[in-house]
Every structure is written in structure tokens, then in C-alpha cells.
Design a protein around this ligand. Structure first.
Ligand code: NAP
Ligand code: MN
Length: 273
């Protein structure tokens, strides 16, 4: 996670709130709005006018907030959870003091989280904050030719593959025995979902970590089962017929607040150890 500084916090006072309104949450959000107003922040109706985008909910909600607001690289994303802390949510509706302290800070330090840039069949382009996942939508296996920078690396057959970001490494990737990756590394990790490995099919079998600048190409072998589910974080693109998926680490990361207690490894420890 690289450090940076937003020196002109005074210009960053336009806040967009992303949440599913329900009565209980609404009350808590109102409390936080009051604190915000006291410190000169105002709410905007549209996320494009915001320089701070706040999501209320869990990590899944934070992923949606970033996606629905278009992975803004010129805004700060802040996750406020309800009752517990997550990987993207460093604030809690029950700890208003911490929120107020963050709002009072003049020079806010920012953290940068690498994202992925994905292109399907040279047409559809989108980003991922956790991971890209490609998986069979039926009980049969399907095959993927994996290329690294145009070099044919392996042919995978199984349930699917996941390409995760460093911050996504603690999610789906971890369930697939992928490594937890320090978000200071601008890298992407390829993991397998139940690969067939026998005398006919052979894959690496271990997670593969690739540096930024590399291009990973997943070519869906067109053998009948070639309509896998392609998903960006928690959103499926729908069942579609696709041939070629290109993935790289995006040039522009997203930014979030850097708080003393949101060291990545603190989160890893509080969640897993
Ligand atoms: P979900 O299926 O409701 O929840 C997945 C769980 O993962 C939730 O507890 C979520 O936290 C947590 N999570 C999300 N991002 C995380 C991260 N970067 N590090 C650690 N935990 C994380 O779906 P969702 O809440 O919309 O989250 C979508 C994510 O679920 C996908 O991006 C994928 O990574 C993951 N997923 C995992 C598996 C698996 O492990 N077998 C399968 C499919 C998807 P909150 O409760 O705070 O939302
Ligand atoms: Mn075809």
C-alpha cells in the first residue's frame, strides 16, 4: 500500500453516501451526517460530484460502492461497517469518535489498492477490486488456454480460475489456497478451482503470482462448454459466450483513507489468527 497525501483536504468536502436505506441504518447514517456537517462536509446527490465516497455495509457492499461509482481514481473511498470491521471497512457505525477524528484531520494520508483491468473479446472492459472469476455454469468441466504475455503456459481443465488483486487475496483466492499478498505489491494472482490433473490434463497446480506489466490471457476452449460465468468481484456479467479474457494490473488504483489501525496485516490477524 503506497502512501500519499491529500494536502488539500479543504477542497475535499463533497461526500456521496452509498447504502441500502433501511430504518435502523438510516438512524446511524443521520448521526454521521451530523458530524460531517459540523466539520464542513456536504452531501452530493451524484457520485460523480463527490470527492469522498462512503459505503455503509460490509466488504461486499464496499465492492458494490466502488463498482457502481465507476472505480473513481480521483476520489477517496471509505467503508463504514455496521457492528464489525472488514477488509475494506475501517470504520464502524458504533465508533463515532473514530469517524469524527478522521473527518477533523487536515492532511489525510491515502492508501492505494491495486485493481485489475479486464477485457472480454476486445469489447467489454471492466475493473475488479477483489478478483475476476471464471467458472463453469454447468456440472461439466471446461478448458482454458492460459497465456502469459502471449506465451502459452498451460491448458487448464476444471471448474474455473480466479485472478485476484492483493486486497482480494484474503477472499475467494484464500479459499483456493492462494497466498495472502501485501497490497504494496502491484501484482495479480492466478488460482485454480478444482483442476483435473491426470495423464491427459496438466496444470501448475499452485497459485501463480504475476507482476504488474504482465498480461494474462485466458482463452476459453470452444468445445461445447464455452459459456462460463464471468464475474467481477460480486457481480456476474451473465452467462455469455466468450473466447478471450485479458487481465492486467490496472494503471490506476483506488484510494482509501490510511488510518493508524488499518494496517493490512492487522486486518489479516484480526480475521484469521
Ligand atoms: P458473499 O458471498 O456474501 O461473502 C463473501 C465473504 O467474503 C463475506 O464475508 C465478505 O465480507 C467477505 N469478503 C469480501 N471481500 C473480502 C476481502 N477482500 N477479504 C476478506 N473477506 C472478504 O459475497 P460478497 O460479500 O458480495 O463478497 C464478494 C466476494 O466473495 C467475492 O469478491 C469473492 O472474493 C468472495 N467469494 C468467495 C468464495 C469462496 O471463498 N468460496 C466464493 C465466491 C465468492 P462481508 O460479509 O463484510 O461482505
Ligand atoms: Mn464461439
Amino acid at each position: 500500500m503506497q502512501k500519499g497525501r491529500f494536502t488539500v483536504m479543504n477542497n475535499r468536502k463533497n461526500v456521496y453516501l452509498f447504502y441500502k436505506p433501511d430504518d435502523e441504518l438510516e438512524k446511524k447514517v443521520q448521526e454521521i451526517r451530523k458530524i460531517g456537517r459540523k466539520h464542513g462536509y456536504s452531501l452530493v446527490e451524484e457520485s460523480k460530484d463527490a470527492d469522498i465516497i462512503v459505503s455503509f455495509g460490509g466488504d461486499g457492499q464496499f465492492l458494490q460502492a466502488v463498482r457502481k461509482t465507476g472505480f473513481r481514481d480521483d476520489a477517496l473511498y471509505v467503508g463504514v461497517n455496521d457492528g464489525r470491521l472488514g477488509f475494506y471497512t475501517d470504520f464502524d457505525t458504533t465508533d463515532l469518535d473514530k469517524i469524527e477524528n478522521a473527518l477533523k484531520t487536515e492532511n489525510i494520508e491515502v492508501l492505494k489498492y491495486p485493481t485489475l483491468e479486464v477485457e472480454v473479446d476486445h469489447l467489454q472492459a471492466f475493473k475488479c477490486l477483489n478478483e475476476l472469476s471464471v467458472r463453469s455454469n454447468i456440472i461439466k468441466t471446461f478448458a482454458i488456454d492460459v497465456y502469459i504475455d502471449d506465451f502459452h503456459f498451460e491448458t487448464f481443465r476444471g471448474d474455473g480460475m480466479v485472478v485476484s488483486t492483493p486486497t482480494g487475496s484474503t477472499s475467494y483466492n484464500k479459499s483456493l489456497n492462494g497466498a495472502v499478498v501485501d497490497p504494496k505489491l502491484q501484482a495479480m494472482q492466478l488460482t485454480e478451482i478444482a483442476s483435473l490433473n491426470n495423464n491427459q490434463y496438466r496444470t501448475l497446480g499452485s497459485p501463480l503470482l504475476l507482476n504488474h506489466g504482465r498480461e494474462l490471457t485466458l482463452k476459453i476452449v470452444q468445445d461445447g462448454n464455452d459459456h462460463p460465468i464471468i464475474a467481477a468481484d460480486n457481480e456476474a456479467l451473465g452467462i455469455r459466450h466468450s473466447h478471450e479474457i485479458k487481465v492486467r494490473v490496472a494503471e490506476k488504483p483506488i484510494k482509501t483513507l490510511r488510518m493508524k489501525d488499518n494496517l493490512f496485516f492487522q486486518k489479516v490477524k484480526r480475521s484469521f489468527l
